[in-house]
Design a protein around this ligand. Structure first.
Ligand code: HEC
Length: 126
């Protein structure tokens, strides 16, 4: 599979470093998806027990200041967990939690949260 990410000279909101990191992460995720099966929802469900105190059993956060994970785009969740693990994103709680996660754990957790169905209601009228 060939992926070309181009960057125009001006006006791009991502800097080159971010773009490289993003491309690298994408390549890693794709390689992982190719080598093993991608995330396993049932395994992710089991592993999510260690996250439920803060993020809720169903991915709806039960603690103030904690984001909902239910229905989140799989790749986004995986990217954030990898960033916490790599120290590129820092948070007192998440940086500790992410240390113990293997790449497979990250895939499984991301698959589980993405598999939770959510319904979006109407946005407030302008
Ligand atoms: C002790 C509470 C706690 C536990 C346990 C916890 N988290 Fe978090 N999580 C947080 C907080 C607080 C944030 C917000 C971090 C920030 O502000 O950067 C967060 C952020 C995240 C994010 C980023 C969400 C986004 O929208 O960017 C992901 C993904 C995540 N957690 C996944 C997990 C997973 C998976 C587990 C279990 C393996 C877990 N968390 C366990 C408290 C927790």
């Amino acid at each position: 599979m060939l992926i070309v990410i181009s960057q125009s000279d001006g006006g791009n909101s991502m800097n080159t470093m971010q773009l490289k990191r993003c491309a690298l992460l994408l390549a890693t995720l794709l390689a992982t998806a190719g080598a093993s099966a991608a995330g396993n929802v049932q395994d992710g469900r089991q592993k999510a027990q260690m996250c439920q105190t803060c993020h809720g059993v169903d991915g709806m956060a039960s603690m103030p200041g904690t984001p909902n994970l239910a229905g989140q785009v799989e790749m986004y969740t995986a990217m954030q967990l990898s960033a916490f693990k790599a120290g590129e994103r820092n948070n007192a709680q998440m940086s500790v939690v992410a240390q113990s996660l293997t790449p497979q754990d990250i895939e499984d957790l991301a698959a589980y949260y993405a598999a939770i169905e959510i319904t979006v209601g109407k946005a407030p009228a302008p």
